[in-house]
Design a protein around this ligand. Structure first.
Ligand code: HEM
Length: 133
């Protein structure tokens, strides 16, 4: 099991792509799609943090490695929902990831620009003070 997997952009509350994220998560297991209610995710015996990073992604390996019982897999099967294909879910995740990365990049550019302006203003200020003294 990957202990420190970062939280998926798909599971972030501000995610614009799937506004119903508060109600359920889409997960992929063995090539099939599962629509797991958030009410279950919050009650997951080892914490919702183990599931959230896999929102809109393939959790097969992590799920199998966690040593789930047959009962757990029966619970999972209850949530099987083929109204969306695995490819569709993966596409949503790729879009969310790209948007998330773009937002992070935009923030870096903004901070970089602000720092540049601050550096120029600082240099002008120092120059003026030198000329006045
Ligand atoms: C990648 C996602 C998931 C991870 C990493 C994960 C991890 C774990 C871990 C580590 C345990 C404790 C196992 C033990 O020592 O007994 C556990 C228990 C359990 N999990 Fe998950 N889980 C995930 C997703 C799910 C999902 C989607 C369901 C059902 C919809 C589920 C249902 C359960 C249940 C019922 C238990 C209680 C113990 C058992 O019956 O196996 N889990 N999970």
């Amino acid at each position: 099991m990957e202990a420190s997997r970062p939280i998926s952009p798909a599971a972030m509350p501000s995610s614009p792509v799937d506004e119903k994220i508060e109600e359920h998560l889409w997960l992929i297991y063995g090539g099939q799609t599962y629509r797991v209610p958030m009410s279950f995710v919050r009650r997951h015996p080892k914490g919702k943090e183990l599931i959230l990073p896999y929102a809109n992604q393939d959790m097969t390996e992590a799920y199998d490695n966690a040593g789930h019982s047959k009962g757990a897999t029966r619970t999972l099967r209850k949530y099987a929902d083929a109204t969306r294909s695995a490819e569709e879910i993966e596409k949503i995740y790729a879009t969310q990831r790209a948007m998330h990365e773009q937002a992070a990049w935009n923030m870096c550019v903004r901070v970089g620009s602000l720092l540049s302006v601050a550096a120029v203003l600082g240099a002008v200020y120092v120059r003026c003070r030198q000329q006045n003294s």
